[in-house]
Ligand binder design. Structure first.
Ligand code: NAD
Ligand code: ZN
Ligand code: ZN
Length: 393
């Protein structure tokens, strides 16, 4: 089959690789019809390079049709239409039983001390082949894949793999009062979808970014916006729009931004020259992240408010303003989305004819797998008015 593979920092290629096979009785093989490109893939593209192995199949936002099931699978049939959550959860361990699917104890990674294994996410998360491919092996097939109805186009459902439950969890964790103001840092796919979900609940939303078409898109759906490059101080601007107090809650949908950050880019280059044993711990602790969005979030939230962190951060060197956080009595919630925890809650909005979250207009670029290398580069550079890319293998 054809698959999108990582070959080195900023090097993606489409290769012919062996078809996946059933390895465990509870596996299924899914033929992928639509599969997303995500901001998280950009972390693998460059900053997480030391955890990647050339040839790794990337991607974690797939949906498709079940082509084969193992002998232990009873609930899923060949021909079923499914979306595959990005985190691999067994559904029956201690953490899964508590809805903490991104922490699944069955698939946790003891080598790096990380949570549930993820599709297409390097050795840091279990080195499981990803979903930007023609076929995908899906473990725990009786629990993990989300069955979706026949009829509506893939775009209605494909974002159940990541974007929708992630944005949903961000809004849930932000816990913004119905009459409050929610600030969202970042108008990429995740921030945009979080804005849609919050506005669907009637919450006032302000979104911050610097990419004009991304700001225009959230504005067109009713959000207020702040252009990062047009204000001196985001938090000050937010306070001026909220009676001096700040936002009731903030969602950080940015995360580490290595690209365009000279310190980070230097670190990434240096790491490529070092042996793994030195490079891996360095990348886990290096100050290569630009934590601007996180610091602005902590500043812009009102006293007693909540910061909900969806953006992925990898470094540890930039000190957190603990005095400010303590003094303002903040709550901070974060983590990988517990995808399976939210899928049933979201489904009614996806089968609603009115498409209240606008899933059918969410994709800006629909491309064959063969165009993945260009798509990665353009998505990283925010070129071509690219906001959400899906591949159609
Ligand atoms: P993206 O890279 O397309 O979007 C990030 C946006 O942030 C860009 O539009 C960029 O212009 C903007 N930005 C950069 N610096 C900023 C700043 N200082 N203030 C405000 N905006 C700024 O990525 P995405 O697909 O929307 O994902 C966003 C983040 O969410 C990534 O870090 C991704 O890894 C993470 N993510 C987390 C989960 C999870 O389970 N928690 C799941 C999916 C994605
Ligand atoms: Zn994703
Ligand atoms: Zn589990």
């Amino acid at each position: 089959m054809k698959a999108v593979t990582w070959q080195g920092p900023s090097k993606i290629s489409v290769e012919d690789v062996p078809d996946p096979t059933i390895q465990d009785p509870s596996d299924a093989i899914v033929e992928i019809t639509t599969t997303g490109l995500c901001g998280s893939d950009l972390h693998l593209y460059e900053p997480l390079a030391p955890f990647m192995t050339p040839g790794d199949i990337v991607g974690h936002e797939p949906m498709g049709i079940v082509r084969e099931v193992g002998p232990g699978v009873s609930k899923l049939k060949v021909g079923d239409r499914v979306v595959v959550p990005f985190n691999i959860s067994c559904g029956s361990c201690w953490t899964c039983e508590r809805g903490l699917y991104s922490q699944c104890e069955t698939t946790q990674n003891h080598e790096h001390g990380t949570g549930a294994s993820l599709f297409g996410f390097s050795s840091l998360y279990g080195a499981v082949p990803g979903g930007q491919a023609e076929l995908l092996r899906v473990p725990f097939a009786d629990f993990l894949p989300v069955k979706v109805p026949e009829g509506p186009v893939d775009d209605r459902f494909v974002f159940l793999s990541d974007v929708l439950p992630t944005a949903w969890q961000g809004v849930e964790y932000a816990d913004c009062p119905a009459d409050g103001t929610l600030l969202i840092m970042g108008a990429g796919p995740i921030g945009d979808m979080a804005a849609r979900i919050a506005m669907h609940r009637g919450i006032r939303v302000i979104v911050v970014d610097r990419v004009p078409e991304r700001l225009a898109r959230v504005r067109a759906r009713g959000a207020e916006t702040i252009d990062l490059d047009a204000v001196d101080d985001v938090a000050e601007e937010v306070r001026s729009r909220t009676g001096g107090r700040g936002a009731d809650a903030v969602i950080d949908a940015v995360g580490m931004e290595a690209h365009g950050n000279p310190v980070a880019e230097k670190a990434i280059k240096a790491v490529g020259l070092l042996p793994d044993a030195v490079a891996k711990p360095l990348m886990m602790s290096a100050g290569f992240d630009r934590l601007a969005a996180l610091h602005a979030s902590l500043d812009a939230v009102r006293r007693g408010g909540t910061v909900s962190l969806l953006g992925v951060y990898g470094g540890a060197a930039d000190p957190m303003p603990l005095m400010q956080m303590f003094d303002k009595q903040l709550q901070l919630r974060m983590g990988q989305a517990n995808v399976r925890r939210w899928t049933d809650d979201i489904m009614p909005l996806l089968v609603d004819d009115a498409d209240p979250l606008g899933t059918e207009q969410f994709v800006t670029h629909r491309l064959p797998l063969a165009e993945a290398p260009e798509a990665y580069a353009k998505f990283q550079g925010k070129q071509d008015e690219m906001i959400k890319v899906v591949f159609t293998p």
